[in-house]
Design a binder for this molecule. Structure first.
Ligand code: SF4
Length: 679
């Protein structure tokens, strides 16, 4: 029976905040009330809450209250493992202890990941025949390393309580992990599996069904919502943290890839179970596909060349013939059931992807829903060539399968672009109702839901601002006097500018570059010049580099994309964030360019809707590395003058908090010198 005698939300929030040793902040209180309102009304909520708001408590407290009151399970989804760990190792244990008394029992929680993340005991016990790849067979070093890793995994399986890959430190190679794990498609099913009752993945799933809060990732949320496998327990409330990454993660789940190796592996698996000549047709189709791919340049395909269409059709038909001969999954002895299951999984994957690749070109350019491109295989690329297919947009899927099925709260420090939620709402499939936007209290933007009777998903956008005083704590410096960035690496004037800024700051610099090439060029040319240590991504594990950077104020760290989102270094070690160029997607990015073209075909501004929105999001994330606590001070230096001079510059600047802005390099260097002297 639902318990309706629980304390009101403000009281629970105060108890929770006191228990974690924090102070209640207006943004946090406002956000918690909005989450509770979304739960009560069923209207979705997008809430932007700056760093330092305490947003995890602001959604966990109302979510726990709801879960206990309704005896329901609430799903909390994150993009990163770091946030997952923070929730299950720090926030939820403390909250569970603090709220046990007022809620009348100790709230419970668990973490749930995709099946591939758990060790498969059946596979480990030799129940699944190995299929080492050909390259490894000819490389004795790789074989012995693989053997050592699998032996280590075997020993670990006896000690591990969870079988969760992320708990294995140090980790193992992907190749070794694949020897001891299965995908959802390959799993025999707990009822049939001889070790199903001890299965780590099954135990995690059962545990998730019994708890109040299940913490998961966007990929599993997408599989549950979009792909028709029920992997999450029944739920009617989802909280999506790091929601700025939702569309990319969902797109990844909905992206398929066909490699010649996958075709060969499928043929090899089923060759032992069906007539060889039927399996040979698939081998031949795979060989033909490999030959054509080898000559195909990387990039988007707007037209399917006839020979490629013929070979994909042949692959599809050959895979279908194998599937038909194999017949549906049926009871049998365990060994043959396992072998059949693996063959079926591989064949279905090949067949379904070939169907999707061929069908992607069924309609003309303007109405296509899928984008196809050739990837990998370039000189120096570690990945073999493959055709990939991804949805042009996931808005329709999210609207129907996520927003259409449960109340959803989306939150992040970065959800408004150009000052409104419109760009993100469009990508999520929520109605854009710009005219209804109401500005309140400076940065706060409240957006009313659509009128009653409208069957589009109802949602509210709320920006609770930030506890930081951006205008007093941070300077945004745009190097307007520099030339626009070119194609041939960083020009000397950029390096001179960077050197002057780093010297003034006394190190303490995070350099966020648009390419690894630029990061390396800057590190190499400045090392002898600036007299402070410069670390560059790739020289060690990123986590270790960030630790070194944080522990020595003089040290600088240069890098690219993962640093844009993953560095959290409060204090004096980080007082200058430098961005070399506005992070637009590459012009040859197949998905971004196709999305841009689709917007233009509908009469919209493709550049602003796709490329500028992408850049705005990354820029807000990257520059957000500067202020991580209320006492932090510093400078964001954008070397790319287009932020000040281009027409879209205003949109990009409006996507950032209101820093004090200058174009004067000397004013900026003087401010950095003062900060340096003050420490
Ligand atoms: S149920 Fe599936 S994942 Fe679990 S041990 Fe068996 S085959 Fe492996």
């Amino acid at each position: 029976m639902p318990d309706t005698r629980l304390p009101p939300l403000p009281e629970l929030l105060s108890t929770a905040v006191a228990a974690v040793g924090g102070t209640e902040r207006p943004g946090q209180v406002r956000m918690a009330a909005a989450v509770a309102n979304a739960i009560r009304t069923g209207n979705h909520l997008a809430v932007q809450a700056g760093t330092g708001t305490g947003k995890s408590l602001a959604y966990l407290v109302p979510a726990l209250r709801y879960a206990v009151e309704r005896e329901a399970t609430v799903v909390v989804s994150t993009a990163t493992i770091a946030l997952q760990r923070q929730l299950v190792d720090r926030d939820l244990p403390r909250l569970a202890a603090a709220l046990a008394e007022p809620l009348g029992r100790t709230p419970t929680f668990a973490i749930l990941k995709g099946r591939r993340n758990y060790l498969c005991l059946h596979r480990l016990s030799g129940g699944v025949p190995e299929e080492p790849d050909d390259a490894a067979l000819f490389d004795p070093f790789a074989v012995s390393r693989l053997g050592r890793e699998v032996t280590r995994l075997r020993e670990w399986s006896e000690k591990s309580e969870t079988g969760d890959r992320d708990e294995l430190v140090p980790g193992v190679t992907e190749q070794a992990w694949r020897q001891v794990s299965v995908s959802a498609r390959e799993c025999l099913g707990a009822a049939r599996c001889p070790v199903g009752t001890d299965c780590f993945a099954e135990r995690a799933k059962a545990e998730a069904g019994r708890v109040d809060i299940v913490v998961t990732n966007h990929a599993l949320l997408a599989i549950d919502a979009l792909q028709g496998y029920q992997v999450l327990p029944d739920h009617d409330l989802v909280i999506v943290d790091e929601a700025h990454d939702l569309v990319d993660r969902v797109t990844s789940v909905a992206t398929a890839e066909l490699t010649p190796a996958a075709v060969t592996a499928a043929a090899r698996r089923c060759g032992r179970l069906i007539d060889q000549d039927i399996a040979d047709r698939l081998v031949e189709a795979g060989d033909g596909y490999a030959l054509l791919l080898a000559d195909l340049p990387a990039g988007r395909l707007d037209r399917l060349p006839d020979p490629l269409a013929a070979t994909l059709t042949a692959t599809r038909d050959a895979a279908h013939a194998c599937l038909t001969r194999l017949g549906p999954d049926r009871p049998g002895d365990l060994e043959s059931a396992t072998t059949r299951k693996l063959a079926l999984a591989l064949l279905e994957e090949v067949h379904d992807t070939a169907v999707r690749l061929v069908e992607a070109f069924d309609t003309d350019d303007r109405t296509r829903r899928d984008v196809v491109w050739c990837s990998g295989g370039e000189t120096g690329s570690p990945r073999p060539p493959a055709l990939k297919v991804a949805p042009l947009a996931v808005a329709g899927l999210l609207r129907e399968r996520l927003f259409g099925t449960c109340t959803t709260v989306l939150t992040s420090a970065t959800l408004t672009l150009g000052g409104t939620f419109d760009a993100m709402a469009r990508q999520w499939g929520l109605p854009v109702t710009q005219s209804e936007a109401v500005k309140a209290e400076g940065t706060a933007t409240d957006k009313a839901p659509p009128a009653e009777g409208d069957d589009r998903p109802k949602w509210t956008g709320l920006d609770v601002g930030s506890p930081f005083e951006h205008e007093r704590s941070g300077i945004l410096y745009v190097a307007k006097h520099l030339p626009p960035p070119g194609r041939d690496g960083l020009p000397p004037s950029y390096l001179d500018e960077l050197a002057g800024l780093i010297e003034a700051a006394g190190g303490r610099t995070l350099g966020l570059f648009s390419s690894m090439r630029a990061a390396k060029q800057a590190a190499e040319s400045l090392r002898d010049r600036v007299g402070v240590p410069i670390l560059c991504q790739g020289e060690d594990s990123t986590a270790l580099l960030v630790t070194k950077f944080a522990s020595d104020v003089a040290t600088c760290l240069f890098g690219t994309l993962s640093l844009w989102q993953g560095v959290d270094v409060p204090g004096p070690s980080l007082q200058l964030v430098v961005v070399d160029r506005i992070p637009f997607p590459r012009p040859d990015d197949p998905l971004a360019s196709a999305r841009q073209r689709a917007v233009e075909a509908r009469g919209g501004n493709g550049f602003l809707t796709v490329a500028a929105a992408h850049a705005a999001l990354l820029l807000a994330q990257g520059t957000g590395r500067l202020l991580r606590s209320t006492t932090d001070r510093g400078v964001i230096a954008i070397l790319d003058p287009r932020l000040a001079t281009a027409r879209y510059g205003g949109f990009l600047r409006a996507s950032l908090p209101q820093y004090w802005t200058t174009f004067d390099p000397e004013v900026t260097r003087a401010a950095l010198r003062r900060l340096n002297a003050a420490d």
